[in-house]
Design a protein around this ligand. Structure first.
Ligand SMILES: Nc1ncnc2c1ncn2[C@@H]1O[C@H](COP(=O)(O)OP(=O)(O)OP(=O)(O)O)[C@@H](O)[C@H]1O
Ligand SMILES: [Mg+2]
Length: 271
């Protein structure tokens, strides 16, 4: 299953969410690949690979089928979590370059994806060329937002970007949903924004939100999954990520079934 984590806005918790989901999958013993498509390389830093000789910058420059395999390294989290690291120079690939430039990641990952149970792609805080590359290479896209005034327009913009890529270069792409991060359920602002999102996206708003917990930042700083951190806050965050992973796996399976049904339909109407 492949999933990109996207948002139009910076700092809403894309990378944190991706790491939380990767940690939940790691805890279940799944084989996970994290593809860092953000020149800030925050996911790479938190996953602490020993070696980052080749990065997504090199991979997108080359873009031969399957070439991503050469850049993948083991993360510092231990067995089961690999990373395709990023670096600042990836910034140079944030503008389109020739025909099919948004399909470079998909090509580079050809045959590589099958070696993992879960491939997660971290995106920069923009819906530009790098995010389009991510969306062209995956089946699911998870939209992350904070429960703020900007939540609704931000989610709308991200969902629109998903629809554009689905219509142009990736028919199998589906939104995995809208996830509220840094939830503070005891505040009235949170309740208001959550209700607003639920009214706009009754089917897409995830039934679980990720709470704001210091442990999430502490685990990041220590380069370990939050699932390995020992505190009440870490347990609460880990429970939320567990539930998010369940939603992703379920929606991923639904997407595959949809596809099989539509292929059968196309086939039978064509004969
Ligand atoms: N649930 C949470 N609880 C506590 N802190 C959080 C939570 N989610 C995110 N943060 C913190 O908020 C900051 C921004 O999060 P993060 O880097 O994941 O956002 P981002 O959307 O990936 O940002 P960017 O757009 O720059 O890539 C980080 O310091 C992170 O540790
Ligand atoms: Mg980030």
């Amino acid at each position: 299953m492949t999933c990109a984590v996207v948002a139009q806005k910076g700092g809403v918790g894309k990378t944190t969410t991706l790491l939380g989901i990767a940690g939940a999958a790691w805890e279940r013993g799944l084989r996970v690949l994290v593809v860092d498509l953000d020149p800030q390389a925050n996911a790479t830093a938190a996953l602490d690979p020993a070696n980052t000789a080749y990065t997504t910058n090199d991979v997108l420059a080359d873009a031969r089928p399957g070439v991503a395999a050469d850049a993948i390294v083991a993360s510092g989290w231990g067995l089961g979590v690999d990373v395709l690291p990023s670096e600042r120079a990836l910034e140079h690939r944030a503008v389109p370059e020739g025909r099919d430039s948004a399909l470079r990641l998909r090509l580079a990952l050809e045959g590589v994806i099958d070696r993992y149970d879960l491939v997660l792609v971290d995106c920069p805080p923009s819906l530009g060329e790098l995010t389009r590359n991510a969306l062209a290479a995956v089946r699911l896209a998870l939209v992350v937002t904070e429960p703020s005034f900007f939540a609704l327009p931000g989610a709308a913009a991200a969902l629109e970007a998903i629809e554009v890529v689905r219509g142009s270069s990736n028919l199998v792409l589906r939104p995995a949903g809208v996830l509220v991060n840094r939830a503070r359920p005891q505040t009235s602002e949170h309740a208001f924004r959550l209700a607003e999102l639920a009214a706009a996206y009754p089917d897409l708003l995830l039934p679980v939100s990720v709470p704001e917990r210091t442990a999430v930042q502490q685990a990041q700083g220590a380069c370990v999954p939050v699932q390995a951190w020992r505190s009440q806050g870490a347990v609460e965050a880990a429970d939320a990520y567990e539930a998010v992973l369940d939603v992703l796996l379920a929606r991923g399976a639904e997407a595959v079934t949809d596809l099989a049904v539509s292929a059968t339909t196309t086939f039978s109407t064509g004969t």
